[in-house]
Design a protein around this ligand. Structure first.
Ligand code: NAD
Length: 473
């Protein structure tokens, strides 16, 4: 552990929150952040932050979550780097006012959509991808020309401290601030007025955020979670499906919002899939996954206890065909695959958010669709099939934030695809240009020349004027 990652930055006291928000508002009011050059400098700053502090970022993630170096690169700072480069490349085009058509009745005239920054935005991030989920919204917020206040998760203290300590060195610290803290501080923070709140976390806290935002009529983006299902039909390539499901589920020890939560497999390929899943776990993490450098740990004791309870053998809770072992002192839960799980089992009642994968049997894809549609809309849905009509059927007949066919959550790495939930899994979406749009007001502007002033809209209204309008509208 380097000194930088282990030393917490000095957290701002709660009573200073109003002054911090006011100072950000004052900075926004200077107009400084509207300038394209300023925005480019912030994005360049993020790229330099990642380039120069890669080791510290990796170490903080290892200290918080035991995150393997490759996962830290791919799913944390590598992702943020790609998003930042994408924004940097397209910023000029995104900022440009868009010319749209003007109806005949309003001619002569010119119609434009202007891209206005919103003002001061609040980003509240969770602990599971504590770098990625703090920084990716900031990319959109500064690209769109806003001042930002970031409140990282206190449950990933090393990454929180790292952001608080280093971000001011790489970004305009008068316009981008980090406020470390937990519930008490966030509660105070939410009393302030922001122009947008971008929250990533659970639906339970999402409700608190939305209620606080309502007092100021502040719009919110809620990036939430839920139980994302995998559907495996009889035509699927079972070996590939197993590899992808195991990778997507057990990365970050299952603490991923888009992790496959459970599997619905057609009866006829149930045993075949289970064999492949069990074999893949051994291939990836060895006979004793607690020794694997590629398998992470549970964030804290509370979550460890919550997950351990799911492993306890109540009726219908299922049988572990892989894993099933927990060690609280090491915050370790083995990559676990459960068979014969009842839909009423505790593990099927809430988002698992840990390395436990229940496998349930269905008779056919129609039954899988009903199963999914009877529950909250998931953040993601994964479908494994070689049958094109089945792909179209599941995509059309279910509702989820996104779908990956024959893979896990890679759809979120396509910058042109919106990433976000629907219903219980969230509202709003970001990534790529949509991140810019989330933090932008699309302002309607109509420009009319004064010289030409047709009279047909003005009183006194006559039959003739009415006829003109009827023809033009
Ligand atoms: P959480 O909701 O407990 O916490 C998220 C943030 O809210 C943290 O910064 C925390 O400090 C703050 N917070 C906690 N209690 C609060 C309160 N009473 N008032 C105000 N703020 C409060 O979520 P978490 O445990 O950090 O993350 C796990 C959840 O996040 C899972 O449900 C997961 O699916 C979801 N998630 C979603 C995404 C996504 O992109 N959609 C990504 C990661 C995680």
């Amino acid at each position: 552990m380097t000194q930088t990652a282990s030393v917490a930055a000095v957290a701002e006291p709660t009573h200073q929150i109003p002054a911090i928000v006011q100072s950000l508002r004052a900075r926004f009011d200077t107009g400084r952040t509207r300038d394209r050059r300023w925005r480019e400098q912030q994005l360049d700053g993020i790229l330099r932050f990642i380039a120069e502090r890669e080791d510290e970022i990796r170490e903080a993630l290892a200290a918080d979550l035991g995150k393997p170096a490759v996962e830290a690169f791919v799913a944390e700072f590598g992702f943020v780097r790609a998003e930042t480069k994408h924004a940097r490349k397209h910023l000029k085009a995104w900022m440009k006012p868009e010319r749209v058509g003007t109806p005949l009745v309003l001619q002569p005239g010119k119609s434009l959509v202007h891209k206005d920054p919103l003002g001061v935005v609040l980003v509240i991030s969770p602990w599971n991808y504590p770098f990625h989920l703090a920084m990716a919204p900031i990319v959109g917020a500064v690209a769109a020309g806003n001042c930002v206040l970031l409140k990282p998760s206190e449950l990933a203290p090393h990454t929180s401290a790292l952001l608080s300590r280093f971000l001011p060195h790489y970004m305009d610290e008068t316009c981008v601030r980090v406020l470390e803290g937990g519930v008490e501080k966030t509660t105070e923070l939410l009393k302030e007025r922001f122009d947008h709140i971008f929250f990533t976390g659970s639906g339970r806290i999402g409700r608190i955020i939305m209620a606080a935002a309502a007092k100021h009529l502040t719009p919110v983006t809620l990036e939430l979670g839920g139980k994302s299902p995998c559907v495996v039909d009889r035509t699927a390539d079972l070996r590939t499906a197993a590899r992808r499901i195991v990778w997507g589920k057990f990365s970050n020890a299952g603490q991923t919002c888009v992790a496959p939560d459970y599997v619905l497999v057609e009866r006829e390929v149930h045993d075949g899939l289970l064999n492949h899943l069990v074999r893949t776990v051994r291939e990836f993490y060895g006979d004793d996954p607690s020794l694997s450098p590629d398998f992470g740990r549970i964030i804290n004791a509370r979550h460890h206890q919550r997950l351990s309870k799911m492993l306890e053998g109540a009726d219908g809770a299922g049988t572990a065909v892989a894993g099933g072992v927990a060690n609280e002192s090491e915050k370790y839960i083995a990559p676990t695959i459960l068979r014969d799980v009842s839909p009423d089992a505790p593990v099927m009642q809430e988002e698992i958010f840990g390395p436990i994968l229940p496998v349930l049997t269905v008779n056919d894809v129609g039954e899988a669709i009903s199963f999914i549609n009877q529950r909250d809309k998931p953040l993601a849905l994964y479908l494994y099939t070689e049958h094109a009509p089945t792909q179209e059927r599941v995509i059309t007949e279910t509702s989820s934030g996104g779908v990956s066919v024959n893979h896990v959550w890679l759809h979120l790495a396509v910058p042109e695809l919106p990433f976000g939930g629907v219903g219980e899994s969230g509202m709003g979406a970001y990534h790529g240009k949509r991140s810019f749009d989330v933090f932008t007001h699309h302002k309607a502007v109509l420009k009319k020349p004064a010289l030409v002033d047709p009279q047909f809209m003005y009183p006194p209204y006559t039959e003739q004027k009415k006829k003109w309008l009827e023809r033009l509208l």
